[in-house]
Design a protein around this ligand. Structure first.
Ligand code: MSP
Length: 485
């Protein structure tokens, strides 16, 4: 099957912070899981490089905007690589090809575009026009960015979201555009009912750093119009037929930007005559001391420092298991250390060391594992569909923190089985019986290990250890107490 996974493209008004990891990791887990099922996966990542926020920040630093976005986009690219994310396409909204395609998209949407005056408020942090009701509810201050809304009076182009509201409502209600988790669906339906037409351009007097509006040299496009289009310009729309990969299988976004993806984006797609994505997966925030981690607030944790502390597996483990897929979760160094030492190193790392050691000592090798039908042609075949249907349900529903939790319980159960059965004692009395017991334990471990593969690159190493001709314990523990680079 051909599948398409997308991630939100972050603004490049700074370097990546820990919160940005969430989109990439969720998408990468989904993509790896899909590939394990034989899917051909298209996986887009990229950077959102236009808008006031970026223009202003570059000016503050006295830098040329293009140079500034080039530098920061490169930082994101490097970060994504360091996270072990196996994407297929990296798009920048300043790519010439993207800009040209966005202009064509604008022209295709022309029947739903009209010009009018805007007077109201804007949040530069969100790059969003704010309704009067919201302004009042939040006492004039954006709760996400802790900054006062800006008052704007300008002439803009509007997109007639009203042309598509009833169709979007129906698709969301029927789960044809499935919003996960379910409780977000109702939030969006409520919001949709109150959504006015959306302003989709800004006069150059207020914003220069954007894609030019076709046939109007006084206006540039509103950054969200430009940014949302990335999901299809990366496939070549409208110049190319994109039906191989569109509609997207899953689009991953944070809760602050679900509204754009569940209202403006579907309206644009319907205006273009394209189908809507199958799923919008909406994750929560990573918090620092109970508050959203954000560049604008200035409470960010440097993800490179976290990555370098105990390596990639520790990072991915913590994020998959201890950052809830859908709810907000705090990051603290204390919890991070404890997850690494008490869970990853103790439960998993020690198990691999111990079991490979026992196999080595008791001549349990690939030939024996094949004889015991643990391996077939040197490979382990997973049994998710039958034995571990629960894991499969979690993963198919993108409930990744539950998926890894399930796998971890299996790991802990194997540790307990070793403690209970004491293969080293059995070996003294009856070596053949010990070998059979060890082969069965290896089967259990390889099974749990398969479930860990979408999450932890180390699972591939573990697979190699137990499917090699001879089982040799790793010379260095997989997760040493002090991580060496
Ligand atoms: N540029 C827009 C997205 C355009 S998509 C067509 C944007 N950029 S962002 O840099 O503010 O956020 C990028 C992604 O990171 C979003 O999904 C956002 O929710 C996520 N996160 C930013 N801070 C976050 C946390 N502290 N925690 C988890 N994710 C958060 O919005």
């Amino acid at each position: 099957m051909k599948t398409y996974v997308t991630t939100a493209i972050p603004y490049v008004n700074g370097a990546p912070h820990l919160g940005h990891a969430e989109d990439y990791l969720l998408a990468d887990i989904a993509a790896r899981y899909m590939r394990m099922h034989g899917d051909e996966v298209k996986f887009q990542v990229g950077t959102d490089e236009h808008g006031n926020k970026i223009e202003k920040k570059a000016a503050e630093l006295g830098l040329d905007v293009k140079k500034y976005v080039d530098e920061n986009s490169a930082k994101f690219k490097e970060f994504i690589k360091k996270l072990g994310v196996e994407y297929t396409d990296f798009i920048r909204t300043t790519d010439e090809s993207h800009e040209a395609l966005v202009q064509k998209i604008w022209q295709k949407l022309a029947p739903h575009i009209y010009k009018s005056d805007y007077e109201g408020f804007y949040c530069e942090g969100c790059e969003r026009f704010v309704t009067d009701t919201e302004y009042k509810e939040n006492n004039g201050i954006c709760p996400d960015h802790q900054k006062p809304y800006e008052h704007l009076k300008e002439s803009n182009y509007y997109f007639k979201v009203s042309d598509f509201k009833s169709e979007i409502k129906e698709k969301i209600e029927k789960d044809e555009l499935k919003i996960i988790p379910e409780f977000r669906k109702n939030e969006i339906l409520k919001l949709l009912a109150d959504t006015p037409d959306v302003s989709i351009s800004r006069p150059k007097a207020h914003l220069k750093w954007g894609v030019e509006v076709p046939d109007d040299d006084e206006q540039v496009m509103y950054v969200w119009m430009d940014a949302l289009s990335n999901y299809i310009t990366v496939l070549g729309f409208p110049d190319k037929d994109i039906s191989d990969f569109w509609p997207a299988t899953v689009q991953i976004v944070g809760k602050d930007i679900l509204r754009f993806h569940a209202i403006l984006w579907p309206a644009m797609l319907l205006g273009l005559g394209l189908p809507l994505p199958k799923t919008l997966l909406c994750h929560g925030f990573i918090l620092a001391n109970g508050q959203k981690m954000s560049k604008s607030i200035g409470n960010v944790v440097d993800p490179i420092e976290v990555l370098e502390k105990h390596g990639l597996d520790a990072f991915r483990y913590y994020f998959s298991r201890h950052i809830d897929t859908f709810a907000d979760s705090d990051f603290t160094w204390e919890k991070y250390e404890s997850a690494y030492n008490n869970e990853l190193a103790n439960d998993y790392g020690n198990l691999v060391q111990r079991l490979s050691n026992l196999c080595n000592k008791n001549s349990v090798d690939r030939a024996f594992l094949e004889k015991r039908k643990v391996l077939e042609d040197g490979k382990f075949k997973n049994t998710w569909d039958s034995d571990d249907a629960e894991y499969k349900i979690y993963m198919d529903n993108f409930e990744f923190s539950k998926g890894i939790e399930y796998a971890w319980e299996k790991i802990q159960a194997i540790n307990k089985r070793i403690e209970d059965t004491k293969p080293w004692s059995v070996a003294k009395e009856n070596p053949d019986e010990a070998k059979i017991l060890l082969a069965s334990l290896v089967g259990d471990l390889l099974n749990a290990n398969e479930m860990l593969k979408p999450f932890l690159p180390a699972a591939e190493k573990v697979d190699k250890i137990f499917t090699s001709k001879e089982i040799t314990p790793p010379k260095e523990p997989l997760f040493p107490k002090e991580f060496k680079k």
